[in-house]
Design a binder for this molecule. Structure first.
Ligand code: SF4
Length: 254
């Protein structure tokens, strides 16, 4: 495995375009790089750009087991349009069973720590397993999406890997313009008023004036609106998650 590149390279890439950033990543990491996507607009734009550079680019998605059916339709669409294999990453079935047995299937509506636990088991731990086989991963993060994302860099070290966010400085309008210009397939839920799309029970359409992530975990009024993949819970929230997770993992081992 290559060592993580020098920070000066990361700084230089801050000035690069999305295409240049992806070109750099694909050349440097080849098959050890994969695009992580939930088939939202940003992930689709990245896939479209990357497939023009390297048609065999790797793509993976986290199949939490609670995705809306329209996301599976997008998976089919992507396979047909780009000819790529979509690598699906599932949670550990025994961990899900232990969590559901202890807290019920819809635990996320209970408290923020329980929601964090569900995201940890269905998203974060599967992602970590996937990253074990990669040197670099590409995400659709944009600084404009939410205040928690305002300092996202185009290339950064994260979880011991290189995390590439080529659209970090793109506006919503730039994403939409690219989609129109290149006729990129769009997730059908955008038509229903969604602006950020995740698991079915945790995502709703947004109202005019709300920010892009207002429809995620909409019942939480003061949470970070993040699932732990990009920004881990801190302080008290992290400690509560640690306790809940260790209880589930203990039950799984029993
Ligand atoms: Fe669970 Fe909701 Fe997180 Fe999906 S978004 S992993 S259903 S809490």
């Amino acid at each position: 495995m290559n060592a993580v590149p020098e920070l000066s390279t990361f700084d230089r890439l801050e000035q690069a375009t999305a295409t240049e950033v992806l070109q750099w990543g694909l050349e440097k990491f080849g098959n050890s790089l994969a695009i992580a996507t939930a088939f939202q607009a940003e992930g689709m734009v990245i896939l479209d750009i990357a497939a023009r550079i390297s048609p065999s680019v790797r793509v993976f998605t986290l199949d939490t087991g609670r995705l809306p059916n329209q996301t599976y339709d997008m998976m089919e669409m992507v396979r047909a349009r780009y000819g790529v294999t979509v690598e699906t990453v599932s949670p550990d079935a025994a961990e899900v069973e232990a969590m559901v047995a202890r807290h019920g299937p819809n635990l996320f509506y209970g408290t923020v720590p329980l929601r964090n636990l569900c995201c940890e088991i269905r998203k974060v731990r599967p992602l970590e397993r996937k990253l074990g086989e990669l040197e670099a991963w590409v995400t659709g993060l944009r600084r404009e999406q939410h205040e928690s994302r305002s300092e996202v860099r185009k290339v950064a070290a994260s979880r011991g890997k290189v995390k590439i966010s080529p659209l970090a400085d793109w506006s919503t309008e730039q994403v939409q313009a690219y989609v129109r210009e290149h006729d990129v397939p769009m997730h059908p839920l955008y038509e229903a008023g969604y602006r950020s799309i995740g698991c079915a029970p945790c995502t709703r359409a947004v109202q005019p004036g709300e920010d892009d992530r207002a429809g995620r975990w909409w019942w939480e009024l003061d949470s970070s609106k993040e699932c732990g993949i990009h920004f881990t819970p801190e302080g008290k929230a992290e400690r509560k998650l640690d306790v809940l997770l260790s209880e589930v993992l203990e039950a799984r081992r029993a």
